[in-house]
Ligand binder design. Structure first.
Ligand SMILES: Nc1ncnc2c1ncn2[C@@H]1O[C@H](COP(=O)(O)OP(=O)(O)O)[C@@H](O)[C@H]1O
Ligand SMILES: [Mg+2]
Length: 245
């Protein structure tokens, strides 16, 4: 038995002749912030897509909360408490902030035997959640395409918090953000941790994740070359591992 929240063992993935993951072991403990770091093409996204049921693995085992699992869709992973946030795909652009926050889990009200969407309550809740996170979005009715990159990340993270995800996966959350946006995302990740939610912060930029992560896992061309607690490593040591041939 294991106390890890996520335990991936000996994961192999082939894309045709490309051996994208070569026996990777990867774990996340409850409330832990894990930085999953590596150059473009290292296999980071592939690894989390296997965890969240977007892709299937060729070999290996996955445990979530101590149970052997194989999610067959991202929807199933989400229903089990894993929220994944992609820079582009996290939100439906033409829907309002409120609709995005409650997507797939809309609040309802009953009028006699009839169930209706409770728009008023959802709007009120959205305002509360976002202001509680220090995100000042002018209107909950605003379409999310008019939100900044940082705000969009914030809305997706707020959704994870509201629905009490156990794990939030952020794939390159800071790629398109400026300095202030990056800082905002780091604060939100810390907020997740303070609420007992673990996160996997994926980036090719070690400097973006270093301030916030508890542990760092380094992938180089499909292999794990490092797995260190912050107290046992440094930016220099991690960089050395990333560029090692
Ligand atoms: N759907 C796919 N079909 C074929 N090859 C893929 C696919 N997804 C990823 N790859 C390949 O797998 C390797 C790892 O990619 P990826 O996991 O996206 O890396 P990272 O997220 O670390 O940048 C790369 O060589 C990439 O070209
Ligand atoms: Mg990627």
């Amino acid at each position: 038995m294991t106390s890890a929240l996520v335990e991936m063992k000996n994961i192999h993935k082939w894309f045709g002749k490309v051996h994208a993951l070569m026996g990777v072991d990867f774990s996340v403990n409850p409330s832990e912030i894990v930085g999953l770091v590596g150059d473009n093409g290292a296999g980071k996204s592939t690894l989390i897509k296997i965890l969240t049921g977007v892709l299937s693995k060729n070999e290996g085992e996955i445990y979530f909360n101590g149970n052997k699992i194989k999610f067959s869709s991202p929807r199933e992973a989400r229903d089990n408490g894993i929220e994944t946030i992609y820079q582009e795909q996290a939100l439906a652009d033409d829907l309002s902030v409120t609709r995005n926050l409650f997507m797939g889990k809309e609040l309802q009200k009953s009028i006699g035997p009839i169930k209706l969407l409770d728009h008023k309550k959802m709007k009120k809740e959205s305002e509360n959640i976002l202001s509680g996170l220090g995100l000042s979005i002018s209107s909950m009715d605003q379409e999310t395409r008019f939100c900044s990159g940082g705000e969009r990340q914030g809305i997706a993270i707020a959704r994870a918090m509201y629905f009490k995800a156990k794990l939030v996966i952020l794939d390159e959350p800071t790629r398109a953000l400026g300095v202030a946006g990056v800082r905002r995302v780091l604060e939100l990740v810390k907020e997740l941790k303070s609420r007992g939610i673990a996160s996997i912060f994926i980036t090719h930029n070690l400097h973006h994740v270093y301030p916030v992560a508890d542990r760092f896992v380094i992938l180089v061309r499909g292999k794990k070359v490092g797995d260190s607690l912050k107290k046992d490593t440094s930016v220099d040591k991690l960089t050395e591992l990333m560029i090692k041939r």
